[in-house]
Design a protein. Structure first.
Lengths: 406, 434
């Protein structure tokens, strides 16, 4: 009789991706200048910043870098004075770059393994947005074999093929309540792959002025056979079967212009402007293998806008062993106000950095950098979850890398 | 190398500072606080019926009392000079109070409920253990506005008599009971039962104790004015709430004609196309606009199709229609809706005259009918799955109470320029499931 009386509301969890939270820590040298320096640094990290510059590096080298991105967000619901914070945690982006080829030749090859997108945010299960997100950990690892050619002594071009492996792991509360009044939980995890490319051109005048143009294509990462697990009261377990899901995540393209010029014998100025093609991220479609009346496929609107960032930095050669650097940057957010989700409480951000490279020996360089980013306070009402409140985020990211040259 | 060793200390120092800095959380600068306050929350009292008392799942029990919307509001008043808010709680040992229903199982999606019968507060049949302490939450389940001045009523209401010394039971009216409490602020939500009693009985007034009467507008205006005048005698401020459209609650919207026909057809093994209902103007075939009361869902399987003395099956023929009390037909529903509008106009009128805040529960419930989203939670007036209504289909879940509390808080803030903080809805549950 009451069979038809009972219909749960649609409660399909969707994956959410921390796209806007991009923190570029691929090259520790550039990180010390807030990401400026694609024209200035001609070394193995050019595989990421500009494959066209790689061929100009004097040596072959391998460098290994890692940074500790500490992403800390705060949320305060509208008409409330209670502030909620994400848990303190460190996500460790890493990068490995290696270049090979004959010295002073017309070509050079290289390979880079790096993490251009990624982040971890853990709001926990006790905050007002728990039904939107508990935690999210996302990582995209790009593997990029690269070739670089010298067209003239001053002009290099290059390109690389990008293979992406992305992993994601998230949880959120779902509004079905057990005998103790505790909500249910959905946990989703998966892995996907995608492909793209990276090309660039680099031109310099003798020890004076250099210009860098580079383009990284978008990468559509397809997640297949992700695992969806639900913790719900037994009475509704049949409506929430453990199942598989697939989804597609477009990672944006970017176009970068960089310049560098010496201010005096010891001081170089570098500036970079990046246009990021985030408008590719229009929606997130989610396909569950087993659908129930409650667990339906979903389509979540993202409507990202294209974004722009600008960075300038100084590189000071203190002596033949030590270089010191600093930089500042500004990033316009791709996320429209009404589409701000807890996984990416994004807004325009400012950043400042310091860094150094110390020459340990003929063979070894050690570089360190520290960057601080502030995502500006933003008060929003999300169009889908109707969550209304203010977000603010600080990001601290110290990083270190070691280079071996030969 | 020496320079580096010297410098490495510096770099380590920077790194240490970095870790220290990272442990510092970002601080949001926005503060939600009043500039000045011209309202005194030091003694808030809540006047009302079951909704004010925290009644849920067909009973009054401790967990429901603790999350009654006035209690949630009183908690938020503490930052604005609010004092202690005493509630006639049932003791831990008798925490299940009057008893209530809970969900035992979902059999093929069909909810099966059972009564909770342990830790009850009865001292005899229909008599609850006395409560003698302070009271700020005066919510009395079943209280009607038109009964609020009648002393006899307390004898027939175990939730009321529980709060009175024996000598006053059957003598003291609700208005007298609430009076002389030296309150500084009040919330007032009465009037629902003046309509609901009639509506839940299928718009049939058959109760000898006057609980199924539809209170006339003139009576309503007179008693409402009298009660509010008493509560504002010393210039106290307060908030009143409107009467929800009763047709917006799951008690009436859950059992549909289609569901009944499907079930009856399945039971009979043949397709049954029409259900016949008794109306004020005679029997007729039911339409999808007629509403069946929630309890009929469990009665239907035994009643529907049962032949009477003339061998005419119940509900399937105009000569043996479904009784009027089980059906709020479209004409009745529409008349009740109009009546509620009239009563709400009285409420708003008097609130204006007395310069009180108005929490428009009617408008909120109407929006819940189509569904709303709060912090990613879908909330609607759908039975069980809608999260807002408890298993009786009339009273609110803890989440429903939190939503109501925010409505009242918003109206107080708007009227008096206060900055009472909102209740975090995500902390409160919907219906518990096994």
């Amino acid at each position: 009789m009451r069979k038809l009386l009972f219909a749960l509301l649609l409660a399909s969890p969707t994956l959410t991706f921390a796209q806007g939270s991009q923190v570029n820590t691929q090259g520790i040298r550039a990180l010390g200048m807030s990401g400026a320096g694609s024209a200035l640094f001609v070394d193995e990290t050019s595989i990421f910043y500009n494959p066209g510059a790689l061929v100009k590096s004097a040596n072959n080298a391998i460098s290994v870098g890692a940074s500790a991105v500490m992403y800390r967000s705060a949320f305060q619901e509208i008409n409330s004075n209670v502030q909620h914070n994400t848990k303190f945690q460190i996500s460790p982006p890493f990068s490995i770059f290696a270049s090979f080829g004959p010295k002073n030749s017309w070509w050079k090859a290289g390979i880079g393994v790096y993490t251009p997108f990624g982040g971890a945010v853990d709001w926990g299960t006790e905050w007002p947005g728990r039904f939107e997100l508990n935690h999210l950990a996302l990582r995209a690892i790009y593997i990029q074999p690269t070739l670089s050619f010298k067209l003239t002594e001053n002009f290099g071009i290059g390109g690389g093929f990008v293979y992406n492996i992305g992993t994601v792991d998230l949880s959120r509360s779902i509004p079905v309540f057990d005998q103790n009044g505790n909500p249910g939980r959905a946990e989703l995890s998966g892995m996907g792959t995608g492909m793209g490319f990276n090309i660039g051109a680099h031109y310099h005048l003798e020890d004076e002025f250099a210009i860098s143009l580079s383009y990284r294509s978008h990468v559509r990462t397809k997640l297949e056979d992700g695992d969806a697990e639900f913790t719900v009261p037994a009475a509704v377990a049949a409506s929430f079967p453990s199942t598989k899901f697939s989804a597609e995540l477009p990672l944006p393209s970017s176009f970068n212009i960089g310049i560098s010029l010496p201010l005096n014998e010891k001081l170089d100025l570098a500036g970079d402007a990046t246009f990021i093609g985030y408008s590719i991220y229009k929606k997130l479609v989610f396909d569950y293998e087993d659908n129930t009346p409650v667990l339906a496929d979903t389509e979540q609107t993202k409507k990202y806008e294209n974004a722009l960032s600008g960075k300038v930095g100084l590189n000071y050669t203190a002596n033949d062993k030590l270089a010191l650097r600093t930089g500042i940057g500004y990033v316009y957010t791709p996320v429209r106000s009404q589409y701000v989700y807890a996984e990416t409480p994004d807004n325009n951000r400012i950043m400042g950095s310091v860094g150094f490279t110390y020459t340990l020996s003929d063979k070894f360089d050690l570089s360190g950098a520290y960057t601080f980013q502030r995502i500006m306070e933003r008060t929003t009402t999300n169009v889908e979850t109707r969550m209304s409140g203010t977000y603010k985020t600080n990001i601290h990211a110290p990083g270190i890398s070691l280079t071996y040259k030969w | 190398m020496k320079t580096f060793q010297k410098n490495i200390k510096l770099y380590l120092g920077i790194a240490t500072m970095a870790v220290f800095a990272a442990s510092c959380k970002p601080e949001i600068s926005r503060e939600f606080a009043p500039a000045t306050q011209n309202v005194d929350f030091s003694k808030y009292i809540a006047v009302g019926n079951s909704l004010t008392a925290g009644f849920a799942d067909g009973g009054l029990y401790l967990e429901g009392q603790q999350v009654a919307f006035p209690n949630l509001i009183a908690e938020k008043m503490k930052t604005h000079g609010g004092g202690e808010f005493a509630t006639p709680f049932f003791s831990e040992a008798q925490s299940n109070g009057s008893g209530y229903i809970r969900l035992k199982a979902l059999e093929n999606g069909r909810p099966v409920t059972e009564s909770v019968t342990d830790k009850l507060a009865y001292t005899a049949a229909g008599v609850l253990a006395k409560y003698t302490g302070e009271i700020n939450n005066f919510g009395i389940p079943g209280m009607r506005l038109d009964h609020s001045g009648v002393g006899l009523v307390s004898a027939g209401n175990m939730y009321f008599s529980r709060l009175l010394p024996d000598g006053e039971v059957g003598r003291k009216s609700y208005q007298e009971f609430v009076g002389n409490r030296d309150h500084t602020f009040f919330s007032f939500w009465l009037g629902n039962n003046d309509v609901l009693g009639y509506a839940t009985n299928g718009a049939v007034n058959d109760s000898p104790t006057g609980t199924t009467v539809l209170t006339a507008v003139n009576t309503f205006r007179a008693v409402y004015t009298q009660f509010i005048t008493q509560l504002t005698a010393k210039g106290q401020k307060g908030v009143v709430a409107t009467i929800p459209d009763v047709t917006a609650i799951p008690f009436f919207t859950t059992v549909t004609r289609r569901a009944l026909l499907d079930a009856a057809s399945a039971a009979a093994g043949t397709t049954i196309n029409d259900l016949y209902i008794a109306t004020k103007t005679g029997p007729r075939a039911a339409t999808d606009n007629d509403m069946f009361v929630l309890p009929f869902s469990s009665l239907a399987s035994t009643l529907l199709g049962k032949p009477n003395a003339g061998m005419i099956p119940y509900g399937f023929h105009p000569l043996n229609p479904i009784e009027d009390k089980y059906v709020l037909d479209i004409q009745e529903a529409s008349a009740i809706k109009t009546h509620i509008t009239d009563l709400n106009n009285v409420i708003k009128d008097i609130a204006n005259q007395k310069n009180l805040a108005v929490a428009d529960a009617n408008s909120l419930l109407t929006r819940l009918k189509t569904g709303m989203i709060f912090n990613g939670i879908g909330v609607s007036s759908a039975f069980i799955s809608g999260n807002a209504f408890s298993l009786d289909g009339i009273h609110l879940t803890p989440m429903g109470n939190a939503i109501m509390a925010n409505l009242v808080i918003d109206s107080i803030n708007a009227k008096y320029g206060t900055k009472l903080e909102k209740v975090d809805i995500s902390n409160y549950r919907g219906v518990k499931m096994p």
